[in-house]
Design a protein around this ligand. Structure first.
Ligand code: 6R9
Length: 648
């Protein structure tokens, strides 16, 4: 492969926290003596009771246990707000930019403190205390950050559900962690369109046991009248008037859970990924500072939604722990025009900008014009996350958006990892378009082959991590067994990421995508099993198999092979019906892009669907189907090829 290399520019080095020699030295120290390294880094946050024990972790089969700073106590909201009040009470903590370009506001650390205390008191008055779960189903409005931090303040555990998920998905997640309280809004607003959040909450609760949810707190966003259930529902602005803006931050153990976030895996229903307090915050804060080369006074913007892990770690917790000014954007990149991102950059003089390749690809389609009519002179660092960034998109981001001045940090990580694990550092790392480059401090990647043999030097295989880091997930909520099974059973003694990867001669990592049955659609994870079980629940469907295929904008698209019940006819009307069915069931991000009606699916004689073949056909690469000798009925393959949906 013809690899382009972009050397570190002098300007990047000038301000950077660290240079290449510094990175190498600090990395070596971090893996040689993790205890000493993290003992020092742990001091970046305030502790109510200081820790004496730093690392207590085991990846041993039967005893997966991850504990960091375990005898210390602290509080995340204190660290993200209170400790900044003396030095930067009047500094802007959050810049909120509304969906409508005419709407924005600045929230200072002092105001943030008052708002979070108020929200915490509203929750406390409704019985929420330490360890209780709270489901948050909010749009990108400041109240989403207030709600997260209010939970943290009380020691309650939040579970945010992305506003694009359906009532069914929401119900599953409320039930999964047994939240008694849900925070939502009347409606969301995205790209000028309204999202019926409160109606979705009502529909979700209707699917649960009668007394499953005690309280629904409704933030007024659009002002549209929504039905309010007496005794259960309350408008936030009314409840907030009844309480003070003073609420002490509860000291909790370092290993007390901070949040649960549901994410798709290769089997079954989404898992509740559990992150805890001390290690998570230390890791989020440290990565935010080094990876984005964050300095005091910078305006930082991550375009993710707080419904995803990126929003947790890099809109709210990391930046606020560092006392940064973080921008929160309610809208979408293409509204009112596809210059919106760059207009917002100029309007708020954004220095650090962090987005997903799918957004870049969708804006590339509109050409350079909308970008070039803006200045973007304030930009210093550009970031990418969520999926591999293809070299064309990288090049456009670097040259057109960044005018060739700004490093691109291609950050590889996962919901499970809590923070960024493989990434360039501005000022230290020469870039290669498409490579996430080198491990962050304390991170020990290993590339292993199918048998689990650790490969050396330049190689390609499956990406594992040999040892723990403080931001690592601790368990699957309510199912530690599944935690071990999912991440530690494939390669004993290692955390397996589910990603494939290549390491080149410079020790740079190139993530090649998932090697399990997870599809990455526009940077969002979708389990094929989830989409399949939704399709199979349709009365006309007998069987379904779902695979990913390359998609120009989304990175991967969802390709569904569907076998209908006898006597049913597959036509375009039924295709539309099935797409609508899955959207309603899971949410728009799960909509199949292509549906192929197949009289039969390729199976082994033991009845296992041969996904490898389905993937090849979906990729329009059926010339090399490999070994089909184990197929029960080899002829089904000819029919699948004949009727394939993905023709160029
Ligand atoms: C943070 C986040 C995780 C999966 C991960 C991988 C893919 C994320 C990437 C990347 C290549 C990058 N991924 N960042 N692949 N380069 N810079 O996205 O978390 O939603 O859990 O997804 O996304 O496949 O395993 P999550």
């Amino acid at each position: 492969m013809d690899e382009k290399r972009v050397e570190v520019q002098d300007a990047w080095r000038q301000r950077a926290h660290i240079d290449d020699a510094g990175y190498r030295k600090m990395y070596a120290a971090s893996v040689a003596d993790p205890e000493a390294f993290w003992a020092e880094q742990g001091k970046r946050i305030d502790w109510m009771k200081p820790y004496t024990r730093v690392k207590n972790t085991s990846f041993e089969p039967g005893n997966i246990s991850i504990r960091w700073f375990e005898d210390g106590t602290t509080n995340v909201a204190h660290n993200c707000i209170d400790r900044h009040l003396e030095t930067r009470g009047d500094q802007t903590a959050i810049i909120w930019e509304g969906d409508d370009p005419g709407e924005s506001k600045h929230i200072s650390y002092r105001e943030l403190h008052a708002q979070v205390c108020r929200m915490a008191n509203v929750l406390r008055n409704r019985g929420v205390g330490k360890g209780d779960r709270v489901t948050i189903y909010l749009p990108m409005i400041p109240e989403a950050a207030y709600a997260m931090l209010a939970c943290a303040r009380l020691g309650a555990i939040h579970s945010i559900v992305f506003g694009g998920f359906s009532p069914d998905s929401l119900a599953g997640r409320i039930k999964g962690c047994e939240s008694k309280l849900v925070i939502t809004a009347d409606e969301g607003l995205r790209g000028g369109r309204k999202v019926p959040l409160k109606a979705n909450v009502d529909a979700a609760i209707a699917r649960l046991d009668k007394d499953a949810v005690d309280h629904v707190v409704v933030v007024r966003r659009t002002g549209t009248a929504v039905p309010m259930e007496p005794g259960r529902d309350v408008y936030y602005h009314e409840a907030a008037e009844q309480v003070t803006d003073d609420c002490p931050a509860e000291a909790v153990e370092a290993e007390h859970p901070l949040f649960i976030l549901y994410t798709s895996g290769s089997t079954g229903q989404p898992k509740g990924v559990v992150h805890t307090t001390g290690g998570y915050l230390v890791y989020a804060a440290m990565t935010h500072e080094y990876v984005f080369d964050y300095h005091e006074g910078d305006v930082y913007w991550c375009t993710a939604d707080v419904g995803w892990v990126t929003g947790h770690s890099y809109i709210v917790y990391g930046p606020l722990a560092n006392g940064a000014t973080t921008l929160m954007f309610e809208g979408i990149p293409t509204y009112p025009s596809n210059a919106r991102f760059w207009e917002v950059v100029d309007k708020h003089q954004v220095n650090i900008f962090y987005t997903a390749p799918t957004a870049i690809r969708s804006l590339m389609g509109g050409g350079e014009g909308p970008v070039k009519k803006t200045s973007r002179a304030s930009l210093r660092v550009l970031g990418s996350v969520g999926e591999p960034i293809n070299p064309e998109a990288w090049e456009w981001y670097y040259r057109v958006v960044g005018d060739g001045r700004c490093p691109i940090v291609d950050t590889w990580w996962q919901t499970e990892t809590g923070g960024i694990l493989i990434t360039p550092l501005p000022g230290a790392t020469a870039l290669k378009p498409g490579s996430a480059t080198r491990p962050f401090f304390g991170v020990t990647p290993e590339v292993v082959d199918a048998e689990g043999k650790v490969l050396e030097g330049a190689c390609e295989g499956n990406l594992c991590l040999a040892d723990s880091w403080p931001g690592q997930m601790r368990t699957v909520y309510g199912d530690h067994e599944r935690f071990e099974q999912t991440y530690f059973s494939t390669y004993k003694g290692k955390y397996f990421t589910g990603d494939g990867c290549r390491r080149d001669g410079d020790g740079y990592y190139w993530i090649t995508g998932r090697v399990d049955d997870v599809i990455n659609v526009s940077g969002h994870r979708m389990g094929t099993a989830e989409v399949e079980s939704s399709l199979v629940a349709h009365p006309k469907v007998a069987e379904a198999a779902v695979v990913g295929y390359p998609h120009d904008l989304k990175g991967q698209g969802i390709y569904a092979y569907v076998t209908l019940n006898q006597g049913e006819e597959g036509d375009d009307a039924l295709r539309k019906e099935l797409v609508a069915w899955v959207r309603r069931d899971i949410g728009p991000i799960a909509s199949p892009d292509l549906i192929q009606f197949a009289p039969g699916l390729p199976k082994t004689r033991s009845g296992k669907i041969m996904r490898r073949i389905l993937r090849k056909i979906a990729e329009d690469d059926f010339g090399s189907l490999g070994d089909t000798s184990t197929l029960a009925e080899p002829l089904v393959v000819d029919d699948l090829i004949e009727n394939r949906q993905n023709r160029p």
